[in-house]
Design a protein around this ligand. Structure first.
Ligand code: FES
Ligand code: FES
Length: 128
């Protein structure tokens, strides 16, 4: 199967790979797995407590090129967003941007789920 140019770009030059230091309570971590293929994605957001905006994001993905590209893309998309705006990112937008074929749609769902899990984790740590 041929990957789209954007998938190849993110796969070969993934943005924001890595993890934040443990114990930083401005970080929310989402870890999700894809039942369809067993791949795992860990996505973290770092929130500026003063502005409430996501100022940085990192990911580690053990998965296919589409999963890596999807997570790389969303770490770029969430930067500068509020938590609610981050929750509005839809897997369909990811799939469209990367021109994912139908069999790879679940990879973009994994990325959407990972953002939601990261936001949930951050909010659970900061119950107002
Ligand atoms: Fe799971 Fe490719 S088969 S990521
Ligand atoms: Fe399963 Fe990509 S995440 S094939």
């Amino acid at each position: 199967m041929a990957y789209s140019e954007k998938v190849v770009d993110h796969y070969e030059n993934p943005r924001n790979v890595g993890a934040f230091e443990k114990g930083d309570d401005s970080v929310g971590t989402g870890m999700v797995g894809a039942p369809a293929c067993g791949d795992v994605m860990k996505l973290q957001i770092k929130v500026n407590p003063a502005t409430g905006l996501i100022e940085d994001a990192k990911f580690k993905t053990y998965g296919c090129g589409s999963a890596i590209a999807s997570s790389s893309l969303v770490t770029e998309w969430v930067k500068g967003k509020t938590l609610d705006q981050a929750l509005d990112i839809k897997n369909t937008q990811i799939a469209e941007e990367l021109a994912l074929p139908p069999v790879k749609i679940h990879c973009s769902i994994l990325a959407e789920d990972a953002i939601k899990a990261a936001v949930d984790d951050y909010r659970a740590k900061h119950v107002q």
